[in-house]
Design a binder for this molecule. Structure first.
Ligand code: TRP
Length: 471
């Protein structure tokens, strides 16, 4: 395979196709599974508030940054850094490692989703008894064989699409399934908030209790912004590299986080009110989606069918994300080592499957193994990847764009007729800014703000949260 030329590498068919595929990468288990349970564990509204603050300061800024680097270089994460400044290529490698780690446990949870499609279809959701549903969930994830089997199926599905390449695979599926998922979540949310006692949950989710905000809560929110938006590991660099030169980057970088956060909020509103209605502890953790939603379906007309539909769409959301994780690793090997796409996909997917095995077993047979801060294997891998590697990748990206690639504000000193000195600041249109503003078509009024965010506010904010959250 030729490297570098856009035709050979494939390109998105249209701007909408790109937004849908990128939103497809962003919207996934992070929104449906992780966001509600993290909110439940971290004080509800307090977490949501902090999430929003970080989203505005860091999320939009970095989304634009990654897409820009990708489109400018038309390369995978590592190649992109190398092309701009060779000594920075290792930052890209950090991203490929993060992607590998994330997909290893992501695929395990994806497997749980497949198992729940089967359970829904076989009528297992005919009870609103959360104790019973909880036991069903625990029994399932604690067993050794079944979760591994479904983990394997999930990896096979992911691999099957990535082998097909960009346009035939990723884009085609995203455009249809994303809107379908949205409709389904809205339906489930309506049922959930109309349950008796659900309002307590809505309050919990939307009313911030400031006393609940701690360093740990802020770090989780930071990690979740990165995870949910697929940032900090070169995923959006890779997707941006298939983007044609005339696309408006700021516009894309605005819509993707918007869609992503919308879905996360809807998922929270679908799950947390039901948690309260059924008197279930909100801080129950990773099982929340799998225990509460079946109880909601049992209270809906055609509950089993709704359950099958919901978990099927959740599976598609998960797969449009997992393909982006795999694509980062694959495109690296294809671009840098000249492997064929097929060979790269098969081998890497196999390795990731293997890495997921201990994650899966850590829910049952290996649950006694604790790695970091008393967390089991799966949670530890998640912690290292989401809360350490992704924020680190984010800071490095800011420094890279702001200070290495160069985004300059230059001072101009002029004199008025009366001899008064006026100092004005102007942006110098370096390559980075030209790329964002479509090659100098200077239509981007927010450019100075972006420059400030990426040089100062975002890296400093990530740095502070990171350091005080870890220690
Ligand atoms: N954002 C996806 C989700 O919310 C997961 C994901 C896909 C991801 N690509 C990523 C996370 C890259 C971090 C980095 O489910």
């Amino acid at each position: 395979m030729d490297i570098g030329s856009p035709q050979e590498r494939g390109q998105w068919g249209s701007k909408l196709g790109f937004i849908m595929a990128a939103a497809g990468s962003a919207v996934g288990l992070g929104n449906l599974w992780k966001f509600p349970f993290l909110a439940g564990q971290n004080g509800g509204g307090a977490f949501v508030l902090v999430y929003f603050l970080i989203l505005f300061v860091v999320g939009f800024t970095l989304m634009m940054a990654e897409i820009t680097v990708g489109r400018y270089t038309q390369l995978n994460a590592i190649g992109a850094y190398r092309k701009i400044k060779a000594s920075w290529a290792w930052v890209g490698s950090l991203g490929v490692i993060a992607g590998f780690l994330i997909l290893s446990f992501y695929s395990v949870i994806g497997g749980w989703i497949i198992a729940y499609i089967v359970k829904a279809a076989s009528g297992a959701f005919n009870t609103a008894d959360t104790k019973m549903l909880g036991d069903m969930f625990t029994t399932f994830i604690q067993s050794a064989g079944a979760p591994l089997f479904y983990h394997g199926i999930f990896m096979l599905l992911t691999l099957g699409i990535v082998i097909g390449g960009i346009q035939n695979g990723i884009e085609k599926y995203s455009k249809i399934l994303m809107p379908a998922l949205l409709i389904m979540i809205v339906l489930v949310m309506i049922r959930s908030i109309t349950l008796d006692g659900a309002m307590e949950g809505v309050k919990f989710f939307l009313n911030p209790d400031f006393s609940k905000i701690t360093g740990g809560v802020i770090l989780s929110a930071l990690g979740q912004v990165f995870f949910s938006l697929s940032l900090g590991m070169g995923c959006m660099i890779t997707y941006g590299s298939y983007l044609s030169k005339d696309t408006n980057i700021p516009e894309c970088a605005f819509y993707i986080p918007l869609i992503d956060t919308g879905v996360a909020l809807l998922a929270g509103l679908a799950i947390l009110p039901a948690v309260f209605a059924f008197n279930f502890p909100p801080d129950a953790g990773p099982g929340l989606l799998f225990i509460t939603l079946p109880a909601v379906f049992s209270k809906m007309p055609m509950g089993s069918l709704m359950g099958v539909l919901f978990f099927t769409l959740a599976l598609f959301a998960a797969i449009t994300s997992s393909i982006s994780l795999l694509e980062v690793c694959v495109s690296y090997v294809v671009d840098e080592w000249n492997w064929t796409r097929k060979k790269a996909t098969l081998i890497i997917a196999g390795l990731i499957f293997a890495a997921g095995v201990p994650c899966s077993l850590s829910q049952g047979p290996w649950s006694h193994i604790k790695l970091i801060k008393g967390k089991g294997i799966l949670d530890s891998v998640d912690f290292v990847a989401s809360n350490i590697l992704l924020p680190l990748g984010g800071i490095l990206l800011c420094v890279f764009i702001g200070w290495v690639w160069g985004l300059r504000r230059i001072q101009r000193i002029s004199k008025t007729d009366e001899g008064k000195t006026i100092i004005t600041w102007e942006l110098e249109y370096t390559d980075a800014l030209k790329e964002v503003t479509n090659d100098g078509k200077i239509n981007f009024a927010l450019a100075p703000i972006w420059v400030f965010l990426i040089k100062w506010l975002a890296p400093v904010a990530i740095g502070i949260v990171f350091i005080q959250g870890i220690f």
